[in-house]
Ligand binder design. Structure first.
Ligand code: CA
Length: 224
């Protein structure tokens, strides 16, 4: 699950990002409404968290413009004001939910889960490739009925590869998904994760290997 946070208070943004990453979400952050619009229209996200008071473009205008562009990604607005008209304006603009700052992180997580549950119904909760099963709700991964322990990053990479199974995912796409969009793709960090993942999901299983490297391009999960 990939989430975009548009929040100009950098401390708040990085606090939310860190907390969400610990919950197995991939998170991008930007700090103004203009960049938020560009990212939300160019990249694919499962959820957008938008602050209302933003430089260049406020969160409510941003919501309206995204809906006008037929971007139907669920939106949760963060507002420092608890004035009724802000909430009404936000919901009328097309946002699904809002939270008033300051908020309890647990409540933010619960609201995110609820929003994603609603939008995920069309996407399957369990993704399968051969006897490898990934549950996108519980984050449990099993192969041949054995539980596989993955770190949040490993899980995030595997989920992305499995959602795109049988097609090659480039290293750039993968690092964009797992890291910030400005992540330096020259590093071999992705390869390190892929090796760890391969050891966990393919090594020691009798059924055919699932994770392949396509030299010079990227990686693929093959489901025969
Ligand atoms: Ca703000």
């Amino acid at each position: 699950m990939r989430i975009l946070i548009v929040e100009d208070e950098k401390k708040v943004a990085s606090f939310i990002k860190k907390g969400l990453e610990e919950e197995y979400y991939s998170v991008d952050v930007c700090h103004d409404g203009k960049e938020g619009f560009e990212l939300a229209t160019m990249e694919e996200y499962d959820l957008l968290i938008l602050d209302v008071m933003l430089p260049y473009k406020d969160g409510i205008t941003l919501t309206k413009e995204l809906r006008a562009e037929k971007i139907n990604t669920p939106i949760l607005l963060l507002t420092a004001k608890d004035k009724v008209h802000d909430k009404v304006d936000g919901l009328d603009a097309g946002a699904e939910d809002y939270m008033t700052k300051p908020f309890a992180f647990e409540e933010l997580l619960a609201r995110i889960r609820a929003l994603l549950r609603r939008s995920v119904i069309s996407k399957s909760v369990q993704i399968k490739a051969g006897d490898l099963i990934l549950d996108t709700q519980s984050h449990k991964v099993t192969r041949d009925n054995k539980i596989i322990d993955l770190t949040p990053k490993e899980y995030s990479i595997l989920e992305y590869l499995m959602r795109n199974k049988n097609s090659v995912v480039s290293r750039t796409k993968l690092s964009e998904h797992v890291y910030d969009y400005h992540f330096d793709t020259d590093t071999n960090v992705i390869d390190v994760y892929i090796n760890k993942l391969r050891n966990k999901i393919d090594k020691g299983f009798e059924s055919p290997s699932l994770l392949y490297t396509v030299r010079g391009i990227g990686y693929i999960i093959k489901d025969e």
